[in-house]
Design a protein around this ligand. Structure first.
Ligand SMILES: Nc1ncnc2c1ncn2[C@@H]1O[C@H](COP(=O)(O)OP(=O)(O)OP(=O)(O)O)[C@@H](O)[C@H]1O
Ligand SMILES: [Mg+2]
Length: 95
């Protein structure tokens, strides 16, 4: 089996609101291999959209913050990547 193209490891994304902290994504992990399709299923508000936004680093900040975990895309740690590099990954239509 080749390396996964995407690895999400114990991802945690929280929203810091006046009313308190919303733990929108709590330690979500999955691998995705090239050519695979992954569906996220869950009730409304369970964190599907925030998971996807977190992978693209498009969670509105504030009030949102990725507070834990790792996201590896083609082996690159997306949470450590400069914004400029992130834009190249987001905008790439050739994959
Ligand atoms: N910008 C935001 N500010 C504050 N809380 C937010 C924000 N975006 C999402 N949340 C909260 O994060 C949690 C996860 O929301 P998310 O939108 O990921 O759910 P979902 O699984 O995509 O739901 P749906 O099936 O309705 O699309 C919810 O409690 C939601 O209220
Ligand atoms: Mg959604």
């Amino acid at each position: 089996m080749p390396e996964p193209i995407l690895q999400v490891q114990q991802l945690k994304t929280h929203f810091y609101l006046m009313e308190g902290v919303v733990p929108a994504v709590e330690e979500v992990s999955f691998d995705l291999h090239r050519g695979e399709t992954l569906g996220l299923v869950g009730e409304s508000g369970s964190g599907k959209s925030v998971t996807a936004l977190s992978i693209l680093r498009l969670v509105p900040d504030p009030p949102g913050k990725i507070v834990g975990g790792r996201i590896l895309f083609e082996g690159k740690d997306l949470l450590a990547l400069p914004e400029k590099e992130m834009r190249k990954i987001r905008g790439n239509g050739s994959r």
